[in-house]
Design a binder for this molecule. Structure first.
Ligand code: NAG
Ligand code: NAG
Ligand code: NAG
Ligand code: NAG
Ligand code: NAG
Ligand code: NAG
Ligand code: NAG
Ligand code: NAG
Length: 466
């Protein structure tokens, strides 16, 4: 008797046996057989059924119905047995980012030292099962669901999306340039190791809640990197799950990636962005030393722009080949930003999202950052993101200037309540300090330029040409 006919008979017995006790027995055995079939492709051990059950089955051989309907019946049961779990698991809300996180918490990442932490479906670890998602909640991720299902037994009402889908979990948001970019880095890293495979579509989650867009800068970065505009999946009602022929899930941003891996990703992004913007690669089209003041308006802008500009202009003038540019990030197009950064060796800018552009400079370029009063004590580790970002993309963070003067807070300096006073304050200047600092940075940059002509060639990896 073949394995298949045994299981079909079991399904039949489940639906036809008159006795309750026998039904229960059948249920147990059916589950057992299903488990055996799961491992069918891996192990070819015989199924160990109790002899009495085999006898029972043999006696009922004559009652067998046509094979097709048995098969359908089994598939129907598999289909019905697909279980959806909430995407956001509230049991882990006290440590949402640790280990398996609170997002798809029953599943584990592929963790190879120094590499991106990711999940892929179908894969060996999913036992060939596909990822299915369901729900369209934009406010509470515990009302959106995930499940794994075999391609032959997708859940009831499910639709199948062909090709590769990227599923992103971001603890922050996709509108902010830095947080959004952090969520994209691991996908680019994955593509670099997988023949540059590009996604047909994206599913964006924040705390398990769906998002249907990302900031414009980020969208352009993705469009440039994958040579196609990203498409974001929208789900229908909660009765219609969507399953993915191939899905890659990221929920740790760049966590786990070595510095070399991160640098690889930024090299590719930079090169793709320049290519996308048709920016000439000729050295003669750029200044020998470019210094750029990237200004903000409103919160964390300089109180006295002309005074700050004058200091840097003066220092730049002292250095042969130095050209100063003053730009406002809010009114530059994406490609204007890409071009500006290509021509920048020293980026001078207050702390803020516009600094994310630093990854688009030539490697080894310098960043000078400025903070209003109170940030060091109160702003938490998040204030160091551009220091990290510079390191991860191969730049040199030259340190920061922190304004000793500023808004007055009625509480002591270290009181959390003061942060709301300091957060969006403006930044003053110290002529002596800014001048000395600019001079020493420019001197170093000039020396480096004299010694090494920058290396523009990027190694192409695994078919990822740029
Ligand atoms: C994990 O990733 C490595 C490469 O990064 C791959 O060789 C390995 O097969 C993966 N393991 C699983 C279980 O997917
Ligand atoms: C499948 O879709 C139909 C029509 O929308 C709905 O009535 C039914 O409840 C759905 N079944 C499941 C299991 O969601
Ligand atoms: C780059 O050049 C191509 C071909 O000349 C053109 O189609 C495309 O619009 C240009 N892109 C930008 C951003 O200027
Ligand atoms: C800005 O600084 C310059 C030079 O120190 C000074 O003359 C000017 O009055 C300042 N402007 C404002 C608005 O404080
Ligand atoms: C860019 O914005 C700044 C400040 O808002 C403004 O002074 C400048 O004229 C703007 N430039 C362009 C080209 O719109
Ligand atoms: C940059 O990162 C590397 C590796 O994590 C670390 O060893 C190095 O000290 C960092 N450099 C700076 C300037 O932070
Ligand atoms: C400005 O910077 C210089 C050099 O670091 C320092 O000696 C001086 O005290 C600073 N001035 C003020 C007003 O903080
Ligand atoms: C970066 O600078 C170091 C020395 O400071 C040099 O060895 C290296 O070649 C430079 N890298 C690039 C890409 O210019």
């Amino acid at each position: 008797m073949t394995r298949r006919s045994v299981s079909w008979r079991l399904v039949t017995c489940l639906s036809s046996s008159p006795k309750l006790s026998l039904n229960v027995l059948c249920l147990v055995v059916t589950v057992f057989v299903l488990l055996q079939i799961w491992s069918f492709h891996i192990t070819l051990q015989p199924i160990l059924l109790p002899p009495s059950l085999l006898t029972y089955l043999n006696n009922h051989q004559q009652q067998q119905q046509p094979e097709v309907s048995h098969n359908d019946c089994l598939m129907e049961k598999l289909r019905e047995s697909v279980t959806f779990l909430p995407l956001k698991d509230l049991r882990y809300s006290n440590k949402p980012l640790e280990g398996h996180t609170w997002f798809m918490s029953s599943l584990y990442d592929n963790q190879t030292k120094g590499e991106v932490q990711y999940q892929e479906f179908p894969s060996e670890s999913s036992k060939g099962k596909l990822l299915c998602l369901k729900g369209f909640d934009k406010h509470d991720g515990s009302w959106n669901y995930y499940a794994l299902a075999w391609p032959q037994a997708l859940p009831v009402n499910a639709s199948l999306k062909k090709g590769l889908t990227f599923v992103s979990y971001n603890h922050y948001d996709y509108g902010n340039m830095w947080h959004g970019l952090s969520a994209m880095v691991p996908f680019v890293a994955w593509s670099l190791r997988n023949q540059c495979e590009r996604p047909q579509r994206w599913v964006l989650y924040h705390w398990g809640e769906l998002r249907f867009n990302m900031g414009n800068w980020l969208k352009e970065i993705i469009t440039a990197t994958y040579s196609q505009e990203p498409e974001f999946v929208r789900f229908g009602d909660e009765n219609t799950p969507v399953c993915f022929e191939k899905a890659v899930v990221m929920r740790h941003n760049e966590g786990g990636m070595s510095r070399d891996r991160r640098i690889e990703v930024f090299d590719l992004i930079r090169c793709k962005a320049r290519h996308y913007c048709n920016i000439s690669s000729s050295e003669t089209s750029r200044p020998r030393i470019g210094m750029t003041l990237l200004m903000r308006t409103g919160p964390r802008s300089f109180k006295n722009v002309s005074a700050v500009t004058d200091i840097f202009k003066r220092e730049c003038k002292r250095v042969q080949g130095c050209e100063l540019k003053v730009a406002y990030s809010n009114n530059l197009t994406f490609c204007e930003q890409v071009e500006l950064m290509r021509n920048t060796d020293v980026l001078v800018s207050p702390h803020g999202a516009q600094l994310t552009n630093l990854v688009l400079m030539e490697r080894n370029s310098s960043v000078m950052e400025f903070y209003p009063k109170g940030w060091l004590k109160l702003a938490g580790v998040g204030q160091f993101v551009y220091q990290w970002g510079a390191n991860w993309s191969g730049m040199k963070h030259e340190g920061a200037w922190r304004d000793p003067f500023g808004e007055t807070c009625q509480f002591p300096d270290t009181d959390r309540r003061c942060m709301s006073v300091y957060k969006n304050a403006k930044i003053g200047y110290n002529e002596t300090y800014f001048g000395d600092w600019a001079r020493s940075v420019l001197e170093r940059v000039k020396k480096m330029k004299d010694v090494v002509e920058r290396n523009h060639g990027y190694e192409s990896l695994d078919g990822c040409m740029c």
